[in-house]
Write a protein that binds this ligand. Structure first.
Ligand code: FAD
Length: 405
Protein backbone atom coordinates (compact mmCIF):
# COMPACT_ATOMS: atom_id res chain seq x y z
CA UNK A 1 0.00 0.00 0.00
CA UNK A 2 1.42 3.41 -0.83
CA UNK A 3 0.80 6.75 0.86
CA UNK A 4 1.99 9.84 -0.93
CA UNK A 5 1.68 13.50 0.02
CA UNK A 6 3.79 15.29 -2.51
CA UNK A 7 3.45 18.65 -4.22
CA UNK A 8 2.61 17.52 -7.72
CA UNK A 9 2.80 13.99 -8.97
CA UNK A 10 1.44 12.89 -12.32
CA UNK A 11 0.74 9.18 -12.38
CA UNK A 12 0.19 7.63 -15.77
CA UNK A 13 -0.82 4.04 -15.28
CA UNK A 14 1.02 1.41 -17.37
CA UNK A 15 -0.15 1.07 -20.96
CA UNK A 16 -0.01 -2.71 -21.43
CA UNK A 17 -3.77 -3.00 -20.82
CA UNK A 18 -6.67 -0.67 -20.17
CA UNK A 19 -6.05 1.37 -17.05
CA UNK A 20 -8.83 1.75 -14.49
CA UNK A 21 -8.64 4.09 -11.50
CA UNK A 22 -11.07 3.56 -8.61
CA UNK A 23 -11.72 6.48 -6.28
CA UNK A 24 -12.74 5.22 -2.82
CA UNK A 25 -11.39 2.22 -0.92
CA UNK A 26 -14.61 1.20 0.85
CA UNK A 27 -16.37 -2.09 0.29
CA UNK A 28 -17.57 -1.09 -3.20
CA UNK A 29 -14.22 0.23 -4.43
CA UNK A 30 -12.23 -2.71 -3.07
CA UNK A 31 -14.76 -5.24 -4.39
CA UNK A 32 -14.55 -3.60 -7.83
CA UNK A 33 -10.75 -3.80 -7.73
CA UNK A 34 -10.94 -7.52 -6.90
CA UNK A 35 -13.51 -8.23 -9.60
CA UNK A 36 -11.57 -6.28 -12.25
CA UNK A 37 -8.26 -7.94 -11.35
CA UNK A 38 -10.02 -11.28 -11.54
CA UNK A 39 -10.79 -10.44 -15.19
CA UNK A 40 -7.21 -9.32 -15.84
CA UNK A 41 -7.78 -5.55 -15.76
CA UNK A 42 -5.04 -3.24 -14.49
CA UNK A 43 -6.60 -1.35 -11.60
CA UNK A 44 -5.48 1.11 -8.93
CA UNK A 45 -7.50 2.25 -5.90
CA UNK A 46 -7.22 5.76 -4.38
CA UNK A 47 -8.64 6.20 -0.85
CA UNK A 48 -8.81 9.49 1.03
CA UNK A 49 -8.20 8.04 4.50
CA UNK A 50 -4.60 7.69 5.72
CA UNK A 51 -5.26 3.95 6.18
CA UNK A 52 -8.01 1.48 5.41
CA UNK A 53 -9.13 1.58 9.01
CA UNK A 54 -11.35 -0.20 11.48
CA UNK A 55 -14.53 1.87 11.36
CA UNK A 56 -18.16 0.83 11.53
CA UNK A 57 -19.86 -2.18 13.00
CA UNK A 58 -21.64 -5.09 11.31
CA UNK A 59 -22.77 -5.60 7.74
CA UNK A 60 -24.89 -8.56 6.70
CA UNK A 61 -23.57 -10.37 3.66
CA UNK A 62 -26.55 -11.84 1.84
CA UNK A 63 -26.65 -14.74 -0.68
CA UNK A 64 -26.75 -12.46 -3.74
CA UNK A 65 -23.26 -11.10 -2.98
CA UNK A 66 -21.85 -14.18 -1.22
CA UNK A 67 -22.10 -16.23 -4.42
CA UNK A 68 -20.22 -13.47 -6.30
CA UNK A 69 -17.48 -13.31 -3.70
CA UNK A 70 -16.98 -17.06 -4.05
CA UNK A 71 -16.56 -16.55 -7.82
CA UNK A 72 -13.83 -13.93 -7.35
CA UNK A 73 -12.06 -16.14 -4.84
CA UNK A 74 -12.81 -14.43 -1.51
CA UNK A 75 -16.02 -16.15 -0.37
CA UNK A 76 -14.25 -18.55 2.00
CA UNK A 77 -12.22 -15.74 3.55
CA UNK A 78 -15.39 -13.73 4.15
CA UNK A 79 -17.09 -16.74 5.73
CA UNK A 80 -14.02 -17.33 7.91
CA UNK A 81 -14.09 -13.80 9.39
CA UNK A 82 -17.88 -13.67 9.58
CA UNK A 83 -20.51 -15.46 11.62
CA UNK A 84 -23.09 -17.67 9.92
CA UNK A 85 -26.69 -16.50 10.28
CA UNK A 86 -29.27 -19.17 9.54
CA UNK A 87 -32.31 -21.15 10.64
CA UNK A 88 -34.10 -19.74 13.65
CA UNK A 89 -33.68 -16.11 12.46
CA UNK A 90 -36.95 -14.29 13.20
CA UNK A 91 -39.04 -11.12 13.12
CA UNK A 92 -40.86 -10.27 16.37
CA UNK A 93 -43.36 -7.72 17.64
CA UNK A 94 -41.94 -5.39 20.29
CA UNK A 95 -43.23 -7.63 23.08
CA UNK A 96 -41.21 -10.56 21.70
CA UNK A 97 -44.12 -12.44 20.11
CA UNK A 98 -43.23 -14.10 16.82
CA UNK A 99 -44.23 -12.55 13.46
CA UNK A 100 -42.36 -14.62 10.85
CA UNK A 101 -39.08 -16.37 10.05
CA UNK A 102 -36.31 -14.36 8.34
CA UNK A 103 -35.16 -15.82 5.02
CA UNK A 104 -31.43 -16.53 5.24
CA UNK A 105 -30.62 -18.45 2.05
CA UNK A 106 -31.25 -18.25 -1.66
CA UNK A 107 -33.78 -20.67 -3.20
CA UNK A 108 -31.09 -23.29 -3.85
CA UNK A 109 -30.17 -23.28 -0.16
CA UNK A 110 -26.47 -23.19 -1.14
CA UNK A 111 -25.76 -19.54 -0.46
CA UNK A 112 -26.42 -18.31 3.03
CA UNK A 113 -25.90 -15.24 5.12
CA UNK A 114 -22.98 -14.01 7.25
CA UNK A 115 -22.72 -11.21 9.76
CA UNK A 116 -19.34 -9.55 9.18
CA UNK A 117 -17.58 -6.69 10.93
CA UNK A 118 -17.13 -4.02 8.28
CA UNK A 119 -13.42 -3.72 9.13
CA UNK A 120 -12.94 -7.49 8.65
CA UNK A 121 -14.62 -7.32 5.24
CA UNK A 122 -12.43 -4.37 4.22
CA UNK A 123 -9.35 -6.36 5.36
CA UNK A 124 -10.33 -9.44 3.33
CA UNK A 125 -10.98 -7.33 0.22
CA UNK A 126 -7.73 -5.36 0.62
CA UNK A 127 -5.56 -8.39 1.38
CA UNK A 128 -6.67 -10.06 -1.85
CA UNK A 129 -5.19 -7.14 -3.84
CA UNK A 130 -1.52 -6.51 -4.65
CA UNK A 131 -0.46 -4.03 -1.94
CA UNK A 132 0.94 -1.63 -4.53
CA UNK A 133 -2.49 -1.20 -6.10
CA UNK A 134 -4.05 0.53 -3.06
CA UNK A 135 -3.03 4.14 -2.40
CA UNK A 136 -4.16 5.81 0.83
CA UNK A 137 -4.05 9.54 1.58
CA UNK A 138 -5.49 10.41 -1.85
CA UNK A 139 -8.64 12.56 -1.63
CA UNK A 140 -10.13 13.22 -5.05
CA UNK A 141 -10.95 16.89 -5.58
CA UNK A 142 -11.34 17.20 -9.35
CA UNK A 143 -12.00 15.33 -12.56
CA UNK A 144 -11.68 16.08 -16.26
CA UNK A 145 -11.69 14.01 -19.42
CA UNK A 146 -11.38 14.19 -23.18
CA UNK A 147 -12.14 11.59 -25.82
CA UNK A 148 -8.92 9.66 -25.07
CA UNK A 149 -8.32 9.84 -21.36
CA UNK A 150 -9.68 10.74 -17.91
CA UNK A 151 -7.78 12.63 -15.21
CA UNK A 152 -8.47 12.65 -11.45
CA UNK A 153 -6.86 15.33 -9.29
CA UNK A 154 -6.15 14.72 -5.60
CA UNK A 155 -5.69 17.07 -2.66
CA UNK A 156 -2.08 15.93 -2.25
CA UNK A 157 -1.26 17.45 -5.64
CA UNK A 158 -1.22 14.14 -7.52
CA UNK A 159 -2.96 13.66 -10.86
CA UNK A 160 -3.91 10.21 -12.10
CA UNK A 161 -4.49 9.53 -15.79
CA UNK A 162 -6.59 6.52 -16.69
CA UNK A 163 -8.81 5.07 -19.41
CA UNK A 164 -11.77 4.80 -17.04
CA UNK A 165 -12.52 6.15 -13.57
CA UNK A 166 -14.89 4.42 -11.17
CA UNK A 167 -16.25 6.74 -8.48
CA UNK A 168 -16.82 4.54 -5.43
CA UNK A 169 -16.52 7.47 -3.05
CA UNK A 170 -19.67 6.89 -1.00
CA UNK A 171 -22.87 8.80 -0.24
CA UNK A 172 -21.02 12.15 -0.26
CA UNK A 173 -19.32 11.39 -3.58
CA UNK A 174 -17.37 14.32 -4.95
CA UNK A 175 -17.26 12.84 -8.46
CA UNK A 176 -21.03 12.30 -8.68
CA UNK A 177 -21.42 16.01 -9.53
CA UNK A 178 -19.57 15.27 -12.82
CA UNK A 179 -22.38 12.95 -13.98
CA UNK A 180 -25.55 14.10 -12.20
CA UNK A 181 -27.34 17.22 -10.98
CA UNK A 182 -26.33 18.14 -7.42
CA UNK A 183 -28.81 16.91 -4.79
CA UNK A 184 -28.87 16.87 -1.01
CA UNK A 185 -29.07 13.61 0.94
CA UNK A 186 -32.60 12.94 2.25
CA UNK A 187 -33.00 12.72 6.04
CA UNK A 188 -35.14 9.67 6.89
CA UNK A 189 -36.15 11.11 10.27
CA UNK A 190 -34.52 8.14 12.02
CA UNK A 191 -31.18 7.52 13.64
CA UNK A 192 -29.48 4.24 14.42
CA UNK A 193 -27.58 3.47 17.59
CA UNK A 194 -25.22 0.66 16.88
CA UNK A 195 -22.37 -1.18 18.47
CA UNK A 196 -20.90 -4.50 19.54
CA UNK A 197 -21.16 -6.54 22.72
CA UNK A 198 -18.59 -9.30 23.41
CA UNK A 199 -20.52 -12.59 23.25
CA UNK A 200 -18.86 -13.75 26.48
CA UNK A 201 -20.75 -10.98 28.34
CA UNK A 202 -24.10 -12.32 27.10
CA UNK A 203 -23.65 -16.13 27.05
CA UNK A 204 -27.44 -16.50 27.11
CA UNK A 205 -27.81 -14.72 23.73
CA UNK A 206 -28.64 -17.26 20.96
CA UNK A 207 -25.89 -17.78 18.40
CA UNK A 208 -26.06 -18.19 14.63
CA UNK A 209 -29.26 -16.20 14.05
CA UNK A 210 -30.48 -12.73 13.19
CA UNK A 211 -33.41 -11.26 15.15
CA UNK A 212 -35.47 -8.14 14.47
CA UNK A 213 -38.12 -6.58 16.75
CA UNK A 214 -40.67 -4.08 15.34
CA UNK A 215 -42.67 -1.39 17.18
CA UNK A 216 -44.01 2.14 16.83
CA UNK A 217 -41.40 4.25 14.98
CA UNK A 218 -38.64 1.96 16.20
CA UNK A 219 -36.98 -1.34 15.44
CA UNK A 220 -34.13 -3.31 16.93
CA UNK A 221 -31.82 -5.68 15.04
CA UNK A 222 -29.22 -8.13 16.39
CA UNK A 223 -26.87 -10.57 14.67
CA UNK A 224 -23.41 -12.02 15.39
CA UNK A 225 -20.12 -11.07 13.68
CA UNK A 226 -16.47 -12.21 13.88
CA UNK A 227 -17.07 -15.94 14.34
CA UNK A 228 -19.82 -15.22 16.86
CA UNK A 229 -17.43 -13.59 19.34
CA UNK A 230 -19.20 -10.23 18.97
CA UNK A 231 -22.91 -9.47 18.97
CA UNK A 232 -23.83 -6.59 16.65
CA UNK A 233 -26.90 -4.58 17.68
CA UNK A 234 -28.65 -1.69 15.95
CA UNK A 235 -31.51 0.28 17.53
CA UNK A 236 -33.43 2.43 15.04
CA UNK A 237 -35.35 5.30 16.67
CA UNK A 238 -36.95 8.60 15.59
CA UNK A 239 -34.45 11.46 15.47
CA UNK A 240 -35.36 14.02 18.13
CA UNK A 241 -32.61 16.30 16.87
CA UNK A 242 -30.55 16.44 13.68
CA UNK A 243 -28.14 13.51 13.79
CA UNK A 244 -24.60 13.53 12.47
CA UNK A 245 -24.17 11.93 9.05
CA UNK A 246 -21.29 10.08 10.61
CA UNK A 247 -20.40 6.48 11.23
CA UNK A 248 -18.34 7.31 14.28
CA UNK A 249 -20.31 9.87 16.37
CA UNK A 250 -20.68 8.62 19.95
CA UNK A 251 -24.27 8.07 21.13
CA UNK A 252 -25.83 8.30 24.59
CA UNK A 253 -26.29 4.76 25.97
CA UNK A 254 -28.92 5.80 28.50
CA UNK A 255 -30.99 7.46 25.76
CA UNK A 256 -30.76 4.23 23.77
CA UNK A 257 -31.81 2.12 26.80
CA UNK A 258 -34.80 4.41 27.38
CA UNK A 259 -36.03 3.97 23.80
CA UNK A 260 -36.38 0.19 24.28
CA UNK A 261 -36.97 -0.03 28.05
CA UNK A 262 -40.49 -1.49 27.72
CA UNK A 263 -39.76 -3.90 24.85
CA UNK A 264 -39.12 -7.64 24.96
CA UNK A 265 -37.05 -7.98 28.19
CA UNK A 266 -34.13 -9.58 26.31
CA UNK A 267 -33.43 -6.18 24.68
CA UNK A 268 -32.97 -4.16 27.93
CA UNK A 269 -30.96 -7.11 29.24
CA UNK A 270 -28.62 -6.96 26.22
CA UNK A 271 -28.41 -3.16 26.40
CA UNK A 272 -27.41 -3.39 30.06
CA UNK A 273 -24.13 -4.90 28.81
CA UNK A 274 -23.43 -2.16 26.25
CA UNK A 275 -20.42 0.03 27.07
CA UNK A 276 -20.27 2.30 24.01
CA UNK A 277 -22.68 3.07 21.24
CA UNK A 278 -22.32 4.98 17.99
CA UNK A 279 -24.98 7.22 16.59
CA UNK A 280 -25.67 7.24 12.88
CA UNK A 281 -28.08 9.57 11.05
CA UNK A 282 -29.96 7.69 8.31
CA UNK A 283 -29.89 9.35 4.90
CA UNK A 284 -30.40 8.21 1.34
CA UNK A 285 -30.96 9.92 -2.01
CA UNK A 286 -33.54 9.62 -4.72
CA UNK A 287 -32.47 7.27 -7.54
CA UNK A 288 -30.30 9.02 -10.14
CA UNK A 289 -31.32 9.19 -13.80
CA UNK A 290 -27.72 8.88 -14.98
CA UNK A 291 -24.50 7.40 -13.55
CA UNK A 292 -22.08 7.62 -16.44
CA UNK A 293 -20.37 10.38 -18.37
CA UNK A 294 -17.83 9.21 -20.95
CA UNK A 295 -14.99 7.51 -19.07
CA UNK A 296 -16.46 8.10 -15.60
CA UNK A 297 -19.10 5.97 -13.86
CA UNK A 298 -20.43 5.63 -10.32
CA UNK A 299 -20.54 2.51 -8.12
CA UNK A 300 -22.00 1.62 -4.71
CA UNK A 301 -23.26 4.38 -2.42
CA UNK A 302 -21.98 7.04 -4.84
CA UNK A 303 -24.56 5.76 -7.34
CA UNK A 304 -27.40 4.56 -5.12
CA UNK A 305 -27.11 5.43 -1.41
CA UNK A 306 -29.84 3.51 0.38
CA UNK A 307 -31.32 3.15 3.84
CA UNK A 308 -30.11 0.06 5.70
CA UNK A 309 -33.55 -1.55 6.06
CA UNK A 310 -32.88 -4.34 3.56
CA UNK A 311 -29.22 -4.71 4.56
CA UNK A 312 -28.16 -4.14 0.96
CA UNK A 313 -25.71 -1.17 0.89
CA UNK A 314 -22.62 -3.37 0.81
CA UNK A 315 -24.29 -6.23 -1.10
CA UNK A 316 -25.47 -4.04 -3.96
CA UNK A 317 -22.01 -2.47 -4.25
CA UNK A 318 -20.54 -5.98 -4.60
CA UNK A 319 -23.13 -6.79 -7.29
CA UNK A 320 -22.12 -3.54 -9.05
CA UNK A 321 -18.45 -4.52 -8.83
CA UNK A 322 -18.84 -7.94 -10.42
CA UNK A 323 -21.20 -6.70 -13.14
CA UNK A 324 -18.84 -3.82 -13.96
CA UNK A 325 -15.93 -6.22 -14.38
CA UNK A 326 -17.91 -8.34 -16.88
CA UNK A 327 -18.33 -5.32 -19.18
CA UNK A 328 -14.92 -3.72 -18.61
CA UNK A 329 -12.91 -6.98 -18.83
CA UNK A 330 -13.16 -7.41 -22.63
CA UNK A 331 -13.28 -3.66 -23.42
CA UNK A 332 -10.64 -1.74 -25.31
CA UNK A 333 -9.57 1.83 -24.57
CA UNK A 334 -11.92 2.96 -27.33
CA UNK A 335 -14.91 0.86 -26.26
CA UNK A 336 -14.66 1.63 -22.52
CA UNK A 337 -17.28 4.44 -22.49
CA UNK A 338 -19.76 2.03 -24.10
CA UNK A 339 -18.84 -0.69 -21.57
CA UNK A 340 -19.53 1.73 -18.69
CA UNK A 341 -22.89 2.66 -20.23
CA UNK A 342 -23.84 -1.05 -20.52
CA UNK A 343 -22.90 -1.55 -16.84
CA UNK A 344 -25.12 1.37 -15.82
CA UNK A 345 -28.00 0.16 -18.01
CA UNK A 346 -27.91 -3.21 -16.29
CA UNK A 347 -27.52 -1.96 -12.74
CA UNK A 348 -29.67 1.18 -12.53
CA UNK A 349 -33.08 -0.48 -12.55
CA UNK A 350 -32.27 -3.16 -9.98
CA UNK A 351 -30.55 -0.82 -7.55
CA UNK A 352 -33.44 1.65 -7.87
CA UNK A 353 -35.86 -1.13 -6.83
CA UNK A 354 -33.64 -1.96 -3.88
CA UNK A 355 -33.27 1.72 -2.86
CA UNK A 356 -37.05 2.20 -2.88
CA UNK A 357 -37.61 -1.24 -1.32
CA UNK A 358 -35.35 -0.25 1.60
CA UNK A 359 -37.50 2.83 2.25
CA UNK A 360 -40.69 0.73 2.14
CA UNK A 361 -39.23 -1.88 4.47
CA UNK A 362 -38.23 0.84 6.95
CA UNK A 363 -41.90 1.89 7.09
CA UNK A 364 -42.85 -1.73 7.85
CA UNK A 365 -40.20 -2.18 10.50
CA UNK A 366 -41.21 1.13 12.11
CA UNK A 367 -44.85 -0.02 12.05
CA UNK A 368 -46.41 2.86 10.08
CA UNK A 369 -49.74 0.98 9.91
CA UNK A 370 -53.17 1.67 11.46
CA UNK A 371 -53.72 -2.06 11.69
CA UNK A 372 -50.57 -3.93 12.71
CA UNK A 373 -51.89 -7.19 11.30
CA UNK A 374 -51.29 -5.62 7.85
CA UNK A 375 -47.68 -4.99 8.81
CA UNK A 376 -47.31 -8.58 9.98
CA UNK A 377 -48.86 -9.91 6.77
CA UNK A 378 -46.47 -7.79 4.66
CA UNK A 379 -43.48 -8.95 6.70
CA UNK A 380 -44.52 -12.59 6.32
CA UNK A 381 -45.08 -12.02 2.58
CA UNK A 382 -41.72 -10.23 2.13
CA UNK A 383 -40.12 -13.63 1.61
CA UNK A 384 -41.03 -13.27 -2.10
CA UNK A 385 -39.14 -9.97 -2.40
CA UNK A 386 -36.22 -11.43 -0.45
CA UNK A 387 -36.08 -14.41 -2.82
CA UNK A 388 -36.01 -12.02 -5.80
CA UNK A 389 -33.19 -10.16 -4.06
CA UNK A 390 -31.14 -13.21 -3.06
CA UNK A 391 -31.62 -15.37 -6.18
CA UNK A 392 -30.35 -12.68 -8.55
CA UNK A 393 -27.00 -13.50 -10.14
CA UNK A 394 -25.42 -10.18 -11.13
CA UNK A 395 -22.58 -11.85 -13.03
CA UNK A 396 -24.89 -14.07 -15.07
CA UNK A 397 -27.15 -11.09 -15.82
CA UNK A 398 -24.14 -9.05 -16.99
CA UNK A 399 -22.82 -11.88 -19.17
CA UNK A 400 -26.25 -12.24 -20.76
CA UNK A 401 -26.49 -8.49 -21.42
CA UNK A 402 -22.94 -8.51 -22.83
CA UNK A 403 -23.74 -11.39 -25.18
CA UNK A 404 -26.88 -9.58 -26.36
CA UNK A 405 -25.09 -6.26 -26.97
P1 FAD B 1 -18.45 3.56 1.42
O1 FAD B 1 -18.41 2.33 2.24
O2 FAD B 1 -19.01 4.80 2.00
O3 FAD B 1 -16.94 3.83 0.95
C1 FAD B 1 -16.55 5.02 0.29
C2 FAD B 1 -15.06 5.16 0.46
O4 FAD B 1 -14.64 6.27 -0.32
C3 FAD B 1 -14.65 5.46 1.90
O5 FAD B 1 -13.57 4.63 2.22
C4 FAD B 1 -14.27 6.91 1.86
O6 FAD B 1 -13.26 7.25 2.79
C5 FAD B 1 -13.77 7.06 0.43
N1 FAD B 1 -13.87 8.42 -0.11
C6 FAD B 1 -14.89 9.29 0.05
N2 FAD B 1 -14.63 10.44 -0.61
C7 FAD B 1 -13.44 10.27 -1.22
C8 FAD B 1 -12.65 11.10 -2.06
N3 FAD B 1 -13.05 12.34 -2.40
N4 FAD B 1 -11.46 10.62 -2.52
C9 FAD B 1 -11.04 9.35 -2.18
N5 FAD B 1 -11.75 8.54 -1.35
C10 FAD B 1 -12.95 8.99 -0.90
N6 FAD B 1 -22.95 0.01 6.56
C11 FAD B 1 -23.52 -0.81 7.44
O7 FAD B 1 -24.51 -1.48 7.08
N7 FAD B 1 -23.05 -0.96 8.71
C12 FAD B 1 -21.96 -0.28 9.15
O8 FAD B 1 -21.55 -0.43 10.28
C13 FAD B 1 -21.34 0.61 8.25
N8 FAD B 1 -20.26 1.31 8.65
C14 FAD B 1 -19.66 2.14 7.77
C15 FAD B 1 -18.53 2.84 8.19
C16 FAD B 1 -17.88 3.70 7.33
C17 FAD B 1 -16.68 4.46 7.80
C18 FAD B 1 -18.36 3.86 6.01
C19 FAD B 1 -17.61 4.78 5.07
C20 FAD B 1 -19.49 3.17 5.57
C21 FAD B 1 -20.16 2.30 6.43
N9 FAD B 1 -21.28 1.56 6.05
C22 FAD B 1 -21.87 0.72 6.93
C23 FAD B 1 -21.87 1.69 4.71
C24 FAD B 1 -21.58 0.55 3.85
O9 FAD B 1 -20.24 0.17 4.02
C25 FAD B 1 -21.87 1.03 2.43
O10 FAD B 1 -23.26 1.28 2.27
C26 FAD B 1 -21.54 0.00 1.41
O11 FAD B 1 -20.47 -0.78 1.76
C27 FAD B 1 -21.30 0.62 0.03
O12 FAD B 1 -19.97 0.99 0.06
P2 FAD B 1 -19.26 2.05 -0.84
O13 FAD B 1 -17.91 1.50 -1.05
O14 FAD B 1 -20.07 2.41 -2.01
O15 FAD B 1 -19.23 3.33 0.07
Amino acid sequence: MTTKHQEKQVITMPRNSIRVAIVGGGIGGLAAANALLHRGVDVQVYEQAPALGEVGAGVLITPNSLRLMHRIGIGDAVAAVGAGVGDGSRYYREDGSLVAPILTTDSSGWNGMFGVHRADLVDVLAEALPSESVHTGYRAVGFSQDADEAVVRFDNGAEVRADAVIAADGIHSVLRSCVAEPSAPIDSGSVAYRGLVPAERVPWWPTGISQLWMGEQRHFLVYPVRGGTLINYVGFVPSHEKAAESWTALGDIDALRKEFATWDPVIPRLLAEVETTNWWGLYDRDPLANWTQGRLTLLGDAAHPMLPHLGQGANQSIEDAVALAVFVGPATRESLPEALRCYENLRRQRTQQVQLGARANGRRYDSHFEDLSERDAEIAGSVRFRSWLYDYDAEAAALEALAAS
